[in-house]
Each structure stands twice: as C-alpha cells, then as structure tokens.
Design a protein around this ligand. Structure first.
Ligand code: UD1
Ligand code: CA
Length: 456
C-alpha cells in the first residue's frame, strides 16, 4: 500500500516577526503554529512526519510529539536546502513511488481535506510535483505562479525576485507540495542559489522539472487556508480566522455562543452540548467544560475542568476542578490546585488556592481559603481567612463537615475545626476546635458545645 511521507519545514528564524522566539513556536489560539500543521497531517492520515529544525530546535523538538522524526538544518540556506536535509530519512530505492508531501510550519490554517485533495490530484495527474496555489486579493510577499499564454505553469517567482509585472499576478504558491520521490531528489540536485536572497529555493524545482519535460500539476485552494505567517500582523489575521473556526466548531457541536466577537477559545478546549457562553469569555489551555454549563459574562477559565451544569460568572478559574451544579462568582478567583465538589456556592470576592471543598458548602463574601480542606455543608462566613503563610512556610487548614465559620474568623494554620463546630464572629483561632464546640474571642477558646451528637 502507498505510504505518504511528509517533510515539515520549521527551521527558519522568522526575521520579519522581530522575535526571540522561533516563528513556528508563536501561538495562535493558544497553540504553536507548527502544532496545527502536525495535527492536520495526522487528521489527513499522514503519520511520522519528518520535521526540519534549526532556530530554537529544542523548543520545536519538545512539541513535535513522540512519533515525529527530526533533522537539523544548522544553517538556514533556504527552503530547498531545508528539504535536502530530510533526504536521508526518505525512502531510498525500494518504495520509489511513495509520494513526499512538503509543507511549511508557518501555515496553520491548512485543512486535512485540502491535503487529501492534493494527494488525490497528484495520484491522478501522475505529475512529478503537484502544488497548492490560491488567488489572493493582496498577494504581496508570496511567491507568484507564472503561467504561459495557454495557462500552463512555467515557474514560481519569489516576491523579492519578481518584476513589477510579475508582482501583479494574484495566483500565489501556498508552499504545500506533493513530489514523486525520485523527481524530488533529482530536482534538489539541480538547485542553485542565484536569487535576491542567495538561497536554495524549493520553488525552483518547478521550472527545473518542467525543463526536463516532467509534468507539474497545480491545485487551486482557498485563500484563507493558504495564509502563511511572516509578521505579527499576519499572526493576528490568522488568529482571527482560527478563532472563528474554533467557535463555529463548538456551535456545530451544540454550544450556544452569544457573542462570537468577544469570545476567545483556545484550540483543544472541549465544551459539552447545551452549555451557553456569554460575552467576554476566555477559555484557555486544557480547559474542559461539561454540558449545560453557563459561562460568563466575563469569565476566564484556564486549564480547568468543569463538570455538568456549572455556572461561572465574572470570575477567573485556573488549574481547578469544579463539580456538578456548582456556582462560581461573581468576582471569584479559583487558583491552581483547587477542587470543588457538587452544588457548592462560591461568590462575591472569594479566593481559593490549593483548596478542596466538599459538596453543598457555601463560600461567599471576601474570604480566602488557601491550602485548605473543607468538608461538606460547611458555611464560610464573610471575611474568613485561612492564615496559611507565616512569612516562611505554608500550613494547612482543615474544616470538617457541617462546621459554621463566623464572619471575620482568622484561622491560624495549621489548624483543624471539628465536625459541626462553630466559630464566633471576629474570632482568631490558633488551636484546633473540637467537633461540636463553639469557640469565640481572641485568641479563640471553647465556651460550650453546640452539637450533641458528634464524636468528641
Ligand atoms: C515561501 C515560498 C513562497 C510561498 C510562501 C507561502 C520559498 C522560496 N518561498 O516563502 O513561494 O508563497 O512560502 O507561505 O519556498 N524554512 C526552513 N529553512 C530555511 C528557510 C525556511 O526550515 O532555510 C522554513 C521556515 O521556518 C518556514 C518555511 O520554511 O516555516 C517557509 O519559509 P519562509 O521564509 O517563511 O518562506 P516565505 O518567504 O514565506
Ligand atoms: Ca512564510
């Protein structure tokens, strides 16, 4: 069976980005440019791509995934030179006809359907190379497809080398090609760096193959998909397209998005059906949202998991897990390591960090729970603070099921409030309070037992 080999060019610095970060590691909708290309290949059924790395090679290798193979292009001498570096990893004599797909790491909008269509056209045309092109209203910066009077492709001319007449051509080279492997090897040998940039251009293989009587085939793709990123302006343009695609994908799966213009969702975020996203929301990183949730207005969720029917209004939730039916906000901040149970109420300037909160507990009104384990059906009064940090170390607080923490209680950790215990308003608790006890004052002392049936 035919096997498709893929070579992804990702070694360039991206000078026009004016950045210390290699271009293909810049992010669109939270994900590196080259990751989109690799995902598209996988979705098109093309496995084990060869990635050509150079600038920031370590970073690119780190996100390539376990199945990718890497080759180094130590000096970046052009796209043709980059493909040459991959030749040792491509099949030699035996599987000669397996096509080689060459594509760039800076074109994240390319879709699996287009890759499949290009491969299909390559098979049926029996060409030496089949390339993807597009008609752009503004082709500035791209290589132009030069055709003869009969519309046959003659060559590709780079923007830097184009005459003013050639610059008028609106059909551009998308930078996605399928080669016959033997033709690719031969054509690469024929490249010379005689151009404005002094580089070995992969694009010159087209005229070289034509001059040897070989067939070159071109597939006209969509302008949107072929957008390559060279500058921060183009990064923002691609971001807008990707954002729209992600939101449309969610809507197609049954998510209501009230205002797509002010909704920002990273690639890979999952949202269950019948969830509603109100305006001004940001869903980022590895966030997963269940079904029937109400998000926003004004929520930022980062690397968090929300189970079904959770509500988050005007709050930030980071690195947290929130159980079914729980309400968060307005104006709350759940920080990393927080795990909230079912039907919990968290609101009005409550902050949590590394806290576990049991089912049906209520935490409102300017409170802080850090390094804390809170049981079920606990009431945290207004202004409660777990004083978890003494300037040197962090200490835990445990509040057992059914406890009632009076307003403005200071819990000097490490400390434990027993099951069903109560603290008086304004108490400063620096010793454990036994189950069922009522502790008041500064420092707090037990004055009586309020619940009879707890284990003392
Ligand atoms: C390239 C094409 C141009 C096309 C455009 C489409 C060439 C000569 N030109 O131009 O015809 O219209 O893409 O977006 O191919 N790279 C390396 N090693 C190198 C040089 C580049 O790995 O030595 C990688 C870059 O990291 C990048 C990709 O190849 O991912 C394309 O390089 P870039 O410099 O962006 O080419 P363009 O000028 O955009
Ligand atoms: Ca480019």
């Amino acid at each position: 069976m035919e096997r498709v080999h893929a070579v992804v060019l990702a070694a360039g610095k991206g000078k026009r980005m004016k950045s210390d970060l290699p271009k293909v590691l810049h992010r669109v909708s939270g994900q590196a440019l080259v990751t989109y290309v690799l995902e598209t290949l996988r979705a098109a059924g093309v496995e084990d791509p060869i990635i050509v790395v150079g600038h920031g090679a370590e970073g690119v290798r780190a996100i390539g995934g376990p199945r990718a193979r890497f080759v180094d292009q130590v000096e970046q001498r052009g796209t043709g030179h980059a493909v040459m570096q991959a030749l040792p990893l491509l099949p030699q004599q035996t599987q000669q006809s397996d096509p080689v797909l060459v594509l760039y790491g800076d074109t994240p909008l390319l879709t699996p359907d287009t890759i499949r269509a290009l491969l299909e056209q390559h098979r049926s045309s029996e060409a030496a190379v089949t390339m993807l092109t597009a008609e752009l209203s503004d082709p500035t910066g791209y290589g132009r497809i030069i055709r003869d009077g009969d519309g046959r492709v003659q060559r590709i001319v780079e923007d830097a080398d184009a005459s003013s007449e050639e610059k008028q051509v609106r059909e551009i080279n998308a930078g996605t090609y399928v080669y016959d492997p033997a033709a690719l090897r031969e054509a690469l040998k024929g490249l010379v760096p005689h151009n404005a940039q002094g580089e070995y251009y992969i694009t010159d293989t087209v005229s070289w193959l034509l001059s040897r009587g070989r067939t070159v085939s071109a597939l006209l793709g969509s302008p949107e998909e072929t957008m390559g990123i060279n500058s921060r302006r183009e990064l923002a343009q691609v971001e807008a397209v990707m954002r729209r695609r992600i939101l449309e994908g969610l809507m197609d799966q049954g998510v209501t998005i009230i205002d797509p213009l002010t909704t920002y969702v990273h690639a890979g975020v999952v949202v269950g059906r019948d969830s509603v996203i109100h305006p001004q929301c940001h869903l980022e990183g590895t966030t997963r949202i269940g079904s029937g949730c109400v998000i926003g207005p004004q929520a930022r969720l980062v690397d968090s998991t929300l189970l079904d029917r959770v509500t988050v209004v005007a709050s930030t939730v980071e690195g947290s897990i929130v159980g079914e039916g729980t309400r968060v906000g307005p104006y709350s901040h759940l920080r990393p390591g927080t795990q909230v149970g079912r039907f919990v109420e968290i609101g009005n300037f409550a902050e949590m960090k590394n806290a576990t909160v049991g089912d049906y507990t209520k935490v409102h009104h300017q409170s802080y729970l850090g390094d804390a384990t809170i049981g079920e059906r606990v009431n945290i009064g207004a202004g409660t603070v777990t004083c978890n940090y003494d300037g040197k170390g962090k200490y835990p607080t445990v509040i057992e099921d059914g406890a009632f923490i009076g307003s403005d209680t200071m819990l000097i950790a490490p400390v434990r409030i027993g099951k069903g215990a109560v603290t008086g308003a304004g108490s400063v608790v620096n010793k454990d309070v036994p189950p069922g006890a009522l502790a008041v004052g500064v420092p707090a002392r037990v004055i009586k037992y309020v619940t009879a049936n707890t284990e003392r």
